[in-house]
Design a protein around this ligand. Structure first.
Ligand code: PAF
Length: 295
């Protein structure tokens, strides 16, 4: 397939590298000239496999026609990017959204294109503008917002999925988003506030306790099975125990986090108090505002 990937952070880099390796034609759309030049010169360097995928990088203002667009920008940049892209994207071409959280869904539904919503649970760490480290093998699950495009989605996934980079079609896209939302709501803020890797969620009894409380609160709001969801959280923690969560990486890079679309989304749906969730929300917001510099 001929694919346009928009946003080259850790997810965009990982996806572009694997899909190029499988023989797809990839154009990467970025906002910074420096990253564009770097990608065109170096390709994408994928660790730990030491593999380089040569792709074409373009400025986001110069969007062309492809068989599929995959939007990988994070939630804080998403709405601005969509406003910019909306006029340039051909309306019949499918768009796949791959974001943490759920606050993008209403906006995605306003687009007339076939809209696919996916979640990815690979561990990925951006090393520099063209290098990404695959820190935990996972899968991608994708659903279609509209039933009429389900067959199109199945054909697309047949073409994109491989043993090395498995992709699955899911009928209930809202359910997969809710599962991922809870996993992110538990792991991301706690690891970012406490500056620990994902594995500490189970190995540190105090963090374990807080994580469990947040999981219960999130399940209450979304009306999910708390036993099943806690098992899911533990499974992700185990598979990504050595990883730094994306929120911890953002805090360390002093970037805006996805807290509003993850924890903020849950708080906006809450009918009763969520004390632990509310605490981590404000703690991350406080960290985003900055703190004391290291000596
Ligand atoms: O955002 C993240 O970091 C990831 O979605 C996950 C699954 C929590 C693993 O670190």
């Amino acid at each position: 397939m001929n694919i346009g990937i928009i946003g080259l952070g850790s997810t965009g880099l990982l996806l572009s590298a694997f899909l190029r390796k499988q023989g797809h034609t990839i154009t990467c759309y970025v906002r910074r000239e420096e990253q564009k030049e770097s990608l065109n010169k170096n390709g994408i360097y994928l660790l730990p496999y030491q593999h380089t995928s040569y792709i074409k990088a373009e400025d986001i203002s110069n969007i062309q026609e492809h068989d599929l667009y995959i939007i990988c920008v994070k939630q804080p940049q998403l709405f601005a990017v969509l406003d910019q892209l909306e006029k340039a994207l051909s309306p019949h071409i499918p768009i796949l959204f791959l974001q943490n959280g759920m606050s993008h869904i209403d906006r995605a539904q306003t687009l007339i294109n076939p809209i696919f919503i996916g979640v990815l649970d690979h561990g990925a760490k951006r090393v520099n503008d063209y290098t990404v480290e695959h820190t935990g093998k996972g899968i991608i699950r994708i659903g279609s917002i509209k039933d009429e495009y389900f067959q199109l989605l199945e054909n697309m996934v047949d073409c994109l999925s491989s043993d090395a980079f498995p992709i699955y079609v899911e009928k209930d896209w809202e359910q997969i988003l809710r599962h991922k939302l809870i996993v992110n709501a538990v792991i991301n803020p706690l690891t970012a506030i406490l500056n620990v890797r994902n594995g500490e969620i189970v190995s540190n009894v105090h963090i374990h306790r807080l994580a469990y409380a947040i999981c219960q609160e999130a399940c209450d709001v979304l009306d999910m099975d708390p036993v099943l969801m806690w098992r899911k959280v533990l499974d992700v923690v185990e598979r990504t125990s050595k990883n730094m969560s994306s929120m911890l990486q953002d805090i360390r890079l002093q970037k805006e986090t996805e807290i509003d679309s993850i924890t903020g989304y849950l708080l906006s749906k809450a009918k009763t108090g969520m004390p632990n969730t509310e605490f981590v929300y404000h703690a991350i917001k406080a960290k985003e505002l900055g703190g004391v510099e290291d000596d």
